[in-house]
Design a protein around this ligand. Sequence first.
Ligand SMILES: Nc1nc(=O)c2c([nH]1)NC[C@@H]1CN(c3ccc(C(=O)N[C@@H](CCC(=O)O)C(=O)O)cc3)CN21
Ligand SMILES: CC(C)C(=O)C(=O)O
Ligand SMILES: [Mg+2]
Length: 271
Amino acid sequence: MGYLQGEKPITISKLLSMSAEGEKITMLTAYDSTMSALLNRCGVETILIGDSLGNVIQGHSSTTPVTVEQVAYHTECVARANSHAFVIADLPFASYGDPAQALDSAAELMRAGADMVKLEGGDWQIDIIQYLVERSVPVCAHLGLLPQSVHILGGYKVQGKSKDAANLMVEQALACEQAGAQMIVLEAIPSSLGRLITESLSIPTIGIGAGADCSGQVLVLQDMLGISPGKPPKFVKNFLDGQTSIEAAVKAYVREVKSGKFPGPEHGFAG
Ligand SMILES: Nc1nc(=O)c2c([nH]1)NC[C@@H]1CN(c3ccc(C(=O)N[C@@H](CCC(=O)O)C(=O)O)cc3)CN21
Ligand SMILES: CC(C)C(=O)C(=O)O
Ligand SMILES: [Mg+2]
């Protein structure tokens, strides 16, 4: 576990071949260089500078106050210590309202060191995804529970539970792939839908509360260390439990994602 000296950095084609061969992809969030270096030592393939930094770094109750400048700052911090992982940065709330604004925002994150940007939404983002990809910005889509829409939804709720909602989400995922998205995060959906979307796509799916059959898994670092305040979402497991260091906890996460032990049925949602 961990990267060997001289080993090549993880690329999108490596992630694609991993998912084609059924090797699970590991992703964790990080916001600073110390944790970035630690995740590199543990062999985590992809690091997400999530807009969850609004919650776990800034102490807000949602991600909506986060700005592009702030995500860029944390991306620079992470990128400086990153030698091997594939780095994805979240486009924050209201930073991709039209194609031109999305390109400006994405460029700032790419200049800060991101290898790919992530945006929330389905078919209504198709024009944005296409515009970015045509201008050489790699895009990760994000479907299911969309935290940036919390003020519209009125809370964080599991998505895609009805048959109609599930079918619609499969269509939206296909539309994102068609538009050029090279990866997709699936958040808080029934495990059966996580599997169906993964089987329907050829790009890797990264689940958080989307069951064990996604191509990979992601958690917020502070959540998987059990240090986030309040009751954690159902999909969170405390990996520091039973370990004596953060590094051992992250290595346990990598091991359990790779072996398929995490997520267990208790971390998932029923249809
Ligand atoms: N620390 C942290 N972890 C996250 O996973 C996270 C953030 N912050 N901030 C942005 C969003 C918000 N997220 C959330 C927040 C709450 C639930 C939650 O309470 N879920 C309930 C399900 C509710 C239902 O049954 O409909 C749960 O029990 O898991 C889920 C995702 C995920 N993201
Ligand atoms: C929870 C992950 C997927 C995320 O978007 C974030 O950390 O902001
Ligand atoms: Mg996010």
